[in-house]
Design a protein around this ligand. Structure first.
Ligand SMILES: Nc1ncnc2c1ncn2[C@@H]1O[C@H](COP(=O)(O)OP(=O)(O)O)[C@@H](O)[C@H]1O
Ligand SMILES: [Mg+2]
Length: 326
């Protein structure tokens, strides 16, 4: 449904998106995850024909974003970071205006506006001035304008940012309810967002894709119990390892690189065990120096941070495809 091949976007001399490639299959909900400045909005603006690519290609529903931009726009609903709302208009009036703008035939406009108002649960504010709405409602109006022409593809740029937790939950529900009918890319800098809403995730960092994976696979990486990293000085590796293996709840002790004069391990605990206090005691009571003890891989956040550390090279990334093509 969406195909991006070697896409680069430069602003003057700054490379915002650097040779990225990915595909999104029909019906997928893909999370485009990256820190602020990673290049998410830029990519979305290219896909929605608001910006021409510097080089490379992108197509939506089989239409090229440069050569067939009118067709692309017809097949896309776009929620920009700042939705294009008119604060002085009423919700239903605004949606009527957008429906006409998007080429919906006059006799169908009222019906379609009614449908999207219902779909996005805006009935209670249909006659309210947009400027008086809460951020949560305004975002729903933004989503309503994106889906009004019933496009097969939705591109949502940070659809829950700036919302309070309750509004975020409602927005997520709304997006999930749209998933059946639309292929969706949503961008976010919040990992839990992707966990809750998406089946696949494309992680972008510094204009480059560092991972494409299913959310389930990302989760699998942290299955099992707690992972703890320790660094110890004062005894040879085998001796420390042996002692750590005796700590209740320890499943596995994996050696790691350590600075000169110390030894380091990653320790996998059995589920339901909190091994950190016992590890610390075992090390200290043996008379060794405990240089470091921290939980690793406790959340997807850690995996994300790992992947987006600047030293990650694109060559280390997973192949950039998310499955079925359009
Ligand atoms: N219009 C612009 N002119 C110059 N640089 C820009 C412009 N828009 C974005 N950038 C830069 O491009 C990079 C990617 O920005 P953006 O795509 O907005 O990232 P994200 O949406 O992931 O936060 C950033 O370094 C940003 O400063
Ligand atoms: Mg952005």
């Amino acid at each position: 449904m969406i195909k991006v091949e070697g896409l680069t976007k430069r602003y003057a001399r700054h490379v915002a998106v650097n040779n990225i490639s990915f595909e999104v299959g029909k019906g997928e909900i893909v999370g485009f995850l990256g820190k602020n400045g990673a290049g998410k909005t830029t990519t979305m603006r290219v896909l929605t024909c608001f910006l021409p690519p510097t080089s490379g290609k992108a197509s939506v529903a089989g239409f090229d974003v440069v050569d067939q931009s009118l067709d692309v726009r017809k097949h896309i609903g776009y929620l920009p970071e700042t939705p294009p709302l008119y604060p002085e208009m009423e919700v239903s009036g605004y949606l009527t205006f957008v429906a006409k703008l998007k080429g919906i035939a006059s006799p169908d406009v009222a019906k379609r506006v009614g449908e999207v108002i219902e779909r996005t649960a805006l009935g209670s504010v249909a006659n309210t001035i947009i400027g008086k709405l809460s951020k949560g409602y305004r975002q729903r109006v933004g989503i309503a304008q994106a889906i009004i022409h019933n496009p097969p593809v939705l591109i949502l740029d940070e659809p829950t940012s700036g919302l309070d937790p309750e509004q975020q939950r409602e927005a997520r529900q709304l997006i999930a309810s749209l998933a059946g009918d639309h292929t969706i890319i949503l961008s976010t800098h919040i990992l839990s967002e992707v966990e809750q809403s998406c089946s696949k995730v494309i992680i972008i960092n510094d204009g480059q894709i560092v991972a494409v994976d299913s959310v389930a696979n990302l989760h699998r990486r942290r299955q099992g119990g707690e992972m703890v990293a320790v660094q110890v000085a004062g005894a040879p590796e085998p001796e420390v390892r042996q002692r750590l293996e005796l700590v209740p709840g320890v499943a596995k002790v994996i050696g790691r690189d350590a600075p000169e004069g110390s030894v380091a391990f990653e320790i996998e605990a059995l589920e339901q065990y909190t091994v950190r206090p016992d590890l610390a005691r075992a090390i200290v009571q043996s008379g060794w120096d405990l240089n470091e003890l921290r939980t690793v891989g406790e959340s997807l956040e850690e995996i994300f941070l790992d992947l987006t550390k600047s030293e990650v090279k694109p060559a280390d990334a997973a192949p950039a495809t998310t499955g079925a093509t359009s």
